[in-house]
Design a protein around this ligand. Structure first.
Ligand code: C5P
Length: 399
């Protein structure tokens, strides 16, 4: 997507560097348009290096390409962070005395602003009237947060954190094709206790599952995310999302209860979590000490939660599984995926290749999506968010 990030003259501009980085990391083409004042806080080389695009502020730059309207016409989304009281007033009046002003008048894309200013300026009737007008025009107002301000005082006026702006902005880009659906998703890796300090675990970071939840919620679904030891960064994004309800837990037994409960009212169930196949038969309530000699662990098999959910499937409910497989090549991966799809009885199985150095803890992923007729309905590769969106496209096509 083409994203324009407008930066105006507030100290919070330094945080916008991180926002631009998050958009670029997500595969978006980002053009930064600072106001002249913003450049006093963060300079052009920083914006160009982070966005990997040319940065100009004046309507007289790059005139041959009619840049003063071209950027607005090509934009899929415009985010202004920080948005000062001055810029908010200029937007309200429709002023176009710099590149950001002309871009805003030339666009039909959604516009989101993250105000940042001192509490008195935010509360001023002029600013409040301007915000009300912009909101009426469909501008999305993100924040401001209540917190510590630059002068050491505290109150509403602090810019939202870059991660919060990023989550809210991505939601504006998503189609609302899952609106009205209820979805249950498990993510992460279970931990089966051995004693009070040790557990049997696995390498799942939970990032793919959390992205499946975020993508669904951005597309309008109401989501229950059952999270077993999910990476805190991505889990925090899910917890901030108004359409996601996060349940944190640890063991396979807890995950089974939570998913059975969530699935009872879900239109779609997605088991992304890496569930331990075995647990320790008798958990020691004291730390096992090496002085007592080599420990021997008796393991018992955990239930296959996915199989249980398939058996209890409600009419019209779609059940999706994930499988991480080691395989020599794509043909073997596909073969293993087909067999597992049939064994689990799911409507769709996402198979990804894992190895010592692939599949876990990484930003990117690659999956084959196999349906009930053994067809590979999609091959998705890229960011975990891109893989999540491809999964939802496939689920919608099935339904
Ligand atoms: O058999 P395998 O563990 O590869 O299957 C993976 C799929 O089954 C995932 O969707 C996972 O969440 C689910 N699963 C489960 N209960 C288990 C083991 C795996 O629901 N005990």
């Amino acid at each position: 997507m083409n994203i324009v990030v407008g930066v105006t003259g507030g100290i919070a501009a330094y945080k916008t560097v991180q926002l631009v980085r998050l958009f670029v990391k997500g595969g978006h083409d980002v053009t930064v348009i600072p106001t002249a004042d913003a450049l006093r806080f963060v300079g052009t080389p920083t914006w160009e290096a982070i966005s990997r695009n040319t940065v100009t502020t004046s309507v007289h730059d790059d005139v041959a390409r009619v840049r003063h309207v071209a950027l607005g016409q090509a934009a899929d989304l415009i985010v202004i962070a920080p948005a000062t009281a001055n810029t908010i007033a200029k937007m309200t009046a429709g002023l176009a005395d710099d590149l950001l002003g002309t871009t805003l008048l030339a666009t039909t894309a959604p516009v989101a602003i993250a105000p940042a200013m001192h509490t008195e300026m935010w509360r001023h009737p002029a600013t409040q009237a301007n915000i009300a007008t912009l909101r009426d025009r469909g501008v999305h107002i993100l924040g401001p947060a209540h917190g510590e301000l630059t002068g050491g005082d505290s109150g509403p006026g602090r810019m939202l954190e870059p991660e919060e702006i990023h989550t809210a902005a991505l939601a504006l880009l998503a189609p609302q094709d899952l609106a009205g659906r209820t979805i249950a998703i498990s993510a992460g890796g279970t931990r089966e206790p051995i004693d009070p300090v040790r557990f049997l675990g696995n390498r799942s970071s939970g990032r793919q599952g959390a992205e499946v939840a975020l993508a669904a919620a951005d597309r309008g679904a109401t989501v229950r995310l059952v999270a077993a030891h999910v990476d805190e960064g991505v889990l925090a994004a899910a917890e901030r999302h108004p359409l996601i309800d996060v349940v944190r837990l640890s063991t396979a037994a807890e995950l089974e209860t939570a998913m059975t409960d969530a699935a009872a009212s879900a239109d779609v169930v997605v088991m992304v979590a890496a569930v331990a196949d075995f647990r320790v038969a008798e958990v020691s309530h004291e730390k096992i000490r090496k002085e007592n000699g080599a420990a021997h662990l008796d393991l018992v098999e955990n239930p296959d939660i996915l199989a249980g959910l398939v058996a209890a499937r409600r009419p019209g409910q779609t059940v999706v599984g994930f499988a991480a497989e080691t395989a020599r090549d794509d043909a073997e991966l596909r073969e293993r995926g087909m067999r597992k799809r049939a064994r689990k009885g799911v409507d769709l199985l996402a198979v990804n290749r894992v190895d010592w150095d692939a599949g876990f803890e990484a930003a990117d992923n690659a999956v084959l999506l196999i349906d009930g007729t053994d067809a590979v309905v999609a091959e998705a590769a890229g960011s975990k968010r891109a893989v999540a969106d491809a999964l939802w496209d496939a689920v919608l096509a099935l339904r």
